[in-house]
Design a binder for this molecule. Structure first.
Ligand SMILES: O=C(O)CCC(=O)C1=CC=C[C@@H](O)[C@@H]1C(=O)O
Ligand SMILES: [Mg+2]
Length: 368
């Protein structure tokens, strides 16, 4: 593959509903798309799943724009690349900036699969033709609104409900949820809002038969999570602590958690995601694919990676309509009773609608 042109698009897309976590509320998604083109006129697409502010992770949309423009794009433009795995060595001298790296990595994987005429899932080694999907619900001021949201999503058939928690919006909230929904598959995500000083609160969550508690402690931490896991019955799932294969290896060795949420962006792309998948499969650590409130492009990559065998738990890859009035891909991602059918067209299997893309694009830059 010879990459002859790269276009970076900066988009602003308003979600249908605000989404509140322990670190803030988001409704206007500002993120980047990367389009890589080859001589034959094929386009591969990737999403840089940043936000306007560095609240979830240290990267943000403008920092990734610079990273891509100044450092990453020059490494791949007009290069001959046989296989997307070659990007690992092209990018390795630059530290972290995984969301920016992932935007190109995923676009090159899409282009690679399209140039071979096969679905991306197949190029990655995935075998599933359908995947199970859960949904992530934000913190609500009014418990009645939260209960209604859960009821709606449960009726739609989503295979598990994830609730965001933060100090003072935790035990009492989950108690009310369990009163009304005693048996639904339920988990919580704290987005790093607690410390070991809160161990008693976190232990109280053990009574609710939760599938897991996601990232209770500081982003990047492995040691305190290992201490906490020893005191909890509920499995800990790591999100903001896993940025690489090495993080995953150390987390498993330390016993920092029993489950890992893989986000393609956070680990720097599909090649790394696959490597972590293989390690976790060997070590019997179940996985699921986390979401970053993606547009259809990022969602399509999440679907493809979830077809790998050890993604055994429902992921956050909900339908386009959960987030957007109208997505930028065709067809939109649909979920039927919690089941998503993996597309079979080459590459990501969805077409980007240029008119819709340009409606949300506030800036774009072409490199050739
Ligand atoms: O539906 C989705 O895309 C998942 C949303 C979600 O839970 C998250 C999105 C972005 C940052 C975090 O708040 C977060 C998460 O921690 O998993
Ligand atoms: Mg999370």
């Amino acid at each position: 593959m010879e990459i002859t042109e790269i276009v970076v698009y900066k988009l602003n897309m308003k979600m249908k509903y605000p989404f509140t976590t322990s670190f803030g509320t988001e409704q206007d998604r500002q993120f980047l798309l990367v389009e890589v083109k080859n001589k034959e006129g094929l386009s591969g697409w990737g999403e840089c799943v940043t936000s306007e502010k560095p609240l979830y992770i240290e990267e943000f949309t403008d920092s990734s724009w610079i990273m891509l423009n100044k450092f990453l794009i020059p490494q791949v433009l007009n290069q001959h690349i046989e296989h997307p795995e070659e990007l690992q060595s092209l990018f390795s001298m630059y530290k972290r900036n995984n969301l920016a790296k992932s935007a190109i990595d995923t676009a090159v994987w899409d282009l690679y699969a399209k140039s071979k005429g096969i679905p991306l899932a197949e190029a990655l080694g995935g075998k599933k033709s359908t995947i199970e999907v859960g949904v992530s619900l934000g913190i609500e001021e009014d418990i009645q609104v939260l209960l209604q949201n859960i009821e709606e999503k449960t009726n739609e058939g989503y295979k598990r409900i994830k609730l965001k928690i933060k100090p003072e919006k935790d035990v009492a909230v989950i108690e009310k949820v369990r009163e009304k929904f005693p048996t639904i598959p339920l988990m919580v995500d704290a987005n790093s809002a607690y410390t070991l000083a809160d161990v008693n609160i976190l232990k109280e969550l053990d009574q609710f038969n939760l599938m897991m508690i996601e990232q209770p402690l500081t982003a990047g931490d492995l040691i305190d999570h290992a201490t906490l896991q020893k005191q909890l019955k509920t499995p800990i799932c790591l999100d903001e602590s896993i940025h690489s294969y090495e993080d995953a290896r150390q987390a498993i060795e330390l016993g920092s958690g029993k489950i890992i949420n893989i986000k393609i962006g956070r680990v720097g792309g599909l090649t790394q995601a696959k490597k972590i998948h293989d390690l976790c499969q060997k070590e019997s650590i179940p996985l699921w694919c986390g979401g970053m409130l993606e547009s259809g492009v990022g969602r399509a990559h999440n679907i493809a990676i979830t077809t790998l065998k050890n993604f055994t738990l429902p992921g956050d890859t909900a339908a386009s309509s959960r987030y957007w009035e109208k997505d930028i891909i065709e067809p939109e991602v649909t979920v039927d009773n919690g089941i998503l059918t993996v597309p079979t067209d080459p590459g990501i299997g969805y077409e980007v609608n240029y008119d819709d893309l340009m409606k949300h694009t506030i800036e774009h830059k072409t490199f050739n």
